[in-house]
Design a protein around this ligand. Structure first.
Ligand code: CTP
Ligand code: MG
Length: 228
């Protein structure tokens, strides 16, 4: 099965509130997006990597050289993550077959490894609804919906990570037809709306999403560890 990666990297990093978009901040001396892209470039299972950035992005050329092989930068980012992914999927229409698997992965998760990519593809590559990396919830969960405070049994609750992997045609249809874009909080939710059940494949805490300034140090701690 041919697999390609699509990395949305067109966000502004409002919660990080740094001088530049967070995907370009250094993590252990390397731009975050470089580390993220390198996980796919080092994987023998990934045929090509596409990175979606904003049209006016002034940082990308210093991170991914236009002449680098195996990776293509698409300057078609949109106002939301879902728009960036949809624009990216449409931009690669001619290069990708309907049955190819697309692994969508946040630029802001630099702790991904080729081993986790392999685990996802081997675990869910043949599943009709695709699959995603996720982590079982370890904390006690409280719900304050409505008036009552309740403790939600955490058994069966998972936290979604990325990559999230679907065949190209299914993901394109799911995102284009999503009835309520606000309910699409990740790619899998759009696929679920079509009635599919993506498989959950256990990820790893090192694949955290870098969102707040304090996450940088945590990511650096994982980068210093040997790969798992
Ligand atoms: N993303 C994107 N296009 C957007 C918004 C987000 O490609 N319009 C990407 C981000 O670059 C990031 C991933 O989607 O790699 C996950 O989004 P998030 O962590 O929310 O990043 P930001 O939107 O940049 O951060 P914030 O929400 O704090 O502004
Ligand atoms: Mg965001």
């Amino acid at each position: 099965r041919r697999c390609v990666a699509l990395i949305p990297a067109a966000g502004v990093g409002a919660r990080m509130a740094a001088g530049s978009p967070k995907q370009y901040l250094p993590i252990a001396g390397q731009p975050m997006l470089r580390l993220t892209a390198d996980a796919f470039l080092a994987s023998p299972l990934i045929s090509h990597t596409y990175i979606v950035v904003s049209e006016g992005d002034g940082y990308i050329d210093g991170v991914i050289s236009p002449s680098e092989t195996g990776v293509t930068v698409l300057r078609c980012g949109g106002p939301t993550r879902m728009d960036s992914i949809l624009n990216g999927l449409r931009a690669v229409r001619e290069q990708v077959a309907d049955t190819d698997l697309v692994l969508v992965h946040d630029a802001a998760r630099p702790g991904l490894t080729p081993a986790l990519i392999r685990k996802l593809i081997e675990g869910a590559g043949d599943a009709p609804g695709g699959g995603l990396l996720a982590l079982p919830v370890v904390d006690t969960v409280k719900s304050t919906r409505g008036s009552a405070l309740a403790t939600v049994p955490r058994d069966g609750l998972w936290l979604a990570q990325t990559p999230q992997m679907f065949n190209y045609a299914l993901l394109l249809r799911a995102l284009s037809e999503a009835p309520d874009p606000l309910a699409v909080t990740d790619d899998a939710s759009a696929v679920e709306m079509l009635g599919y059940s993506p498989l959950l494949i256990e990820g790893h805490p090192r694949n955290l999403k870098v969102t707040l300034p304090s996450d940088i140090r945590i990511a650096e701690m994982y980068m210093a560890q040997t790969e798992q």
